[in-house]
Design a protein around this ligand. Structure first.
Ligand code: SF4
Length: 294
């Protein structure tokens, strides 16, 4: 098979897998959270969630009707041999997976407000590129951005004196006001940087880090842990109907910032946080590290 077609077929399968199966870390954390609940409503809701996941596996159908807008975060080795074709391949794979999985048609063009019917449109799927020097491999993180879970997302530039307390307040105020729109329990991605744009992008990248792997900076890791403990105490619980825990994880990513500004971004994932990670070698052999069980 021609290399481009082989790469496209791999991505079509990968996209479908991400829509149908939760990543292993999200599944495992949901199991832990379900076992920790003893209230009747919370236990029943977790029962529904796992029943839903089993049916998705058996029927080979997406976990949620909202299969989101596809977002690809790429780490491309400068020597990966198919870089020139990659963007076209991703677009073709998105169109094909939309039909074969199937995925809901979620891409609406701005200003005409017409649904393209293919999940492809202007800058959709969203593709973000990072160049990796002296490598012939490709790493792709795929995220399916649903509507409800995207709703609490926002970013803001704080005055420097607001400090890290200001970041915590911003995150807590947003989750208290908007969190239940995102089908809890939630994955909370927090970005810190100079401006609203940096912070927002880093908050999305924070969601790509598997649950259970803290930030490498001990102070950031401590903030992740303390924010998770605090958010759990709000008692949002599964689907917002109360419970002992509210969040699967709080993940922080940061960039060194301007002394006069502290940008904070927030991106939220729902109980059905669908993301996948695939590594593709130059001979097009691949490993899906996010879904070993599937
Ligand atoms: S928030 Fe998540 S689980 Fe809820 S409808 Fe949206 S994609 Fe589905």
């Amino acid at each position: 098979m021609e290399a481009k077609a082989k790469l496209k077929n791999t991505l079509v399968k990968f996209i479908s897998q991400v829509a149908i199966y939760l990543p292993d870390d999200v599944y495992a954390r949901l199991k832990e959270m379900a076992e920790a609940e003893d209230g009747r409503i919370a236990s029943e809701l977790y029962g529904c969630i796992f029943d839903n996941l089993e049916k998705a596996k058996t029927l080979k159908r997406p976990i949620c009707q909202d299969t989101g807008v596809l977002q690809f975060f790429i780490k491309a080795g400068t020597k990966f041999p198919y870089l020139d074709e990659l963007e076209d391949v991703i677009i073709e794979a998105t169109e094909e997976a939309t039909q074969s999985t199937p995925l809901r048609h979620n891409v609406v063009e701005c200003f005409s407000e017409k649904n393209t019917g293919t999940n492809v449109g202007t800058r959709a799927p969203f593709i973000e590129w990072e160049i990796i020097p002296n490598s012939d491999e490709l790493h792709i993180d795929l995220y399916l951005a649903g509507g409800g879970c995207s709703l609490p997302g926002r970013s803001k530039v704080l005055m420097p004196l607001e400090g890290y307390e200001g970041i915590v307040k911003y995150v807590f105020d947003t989750i208290v006001e908007w969190g239940i729109n995102a089908c809890p329990p939630l994955v909370v991605g927090v970005g810190i940087g100079t401006c609203a744009a940096t912070a927002a992008l880093l908050s999305k990248k924070a969601l790509l880090r598997p649950i259970g792997i803290p930030n490498a900076n001990p102070k950031a890791a401590d903030m992740e842990r303390r924010m998770k403990e605090g958010l759990d105490k709000i008692g949002i619980g599964p689907l917002g109907l109360t419970g002992k825990q509210s969040v699967l994880s709080v993940n922080i990513e940061y960039a060194a910032h301007h002394p006069a500004t502290l940008g904070v971004g927030l991106t939220v994932g729902c109980w059905a946080t669908r993301r996948g990670a695939i590594d593709i070698k130059s001979d097009l052999s691949y490993t899906v590290s996010s879904h070993r069980e599937a």
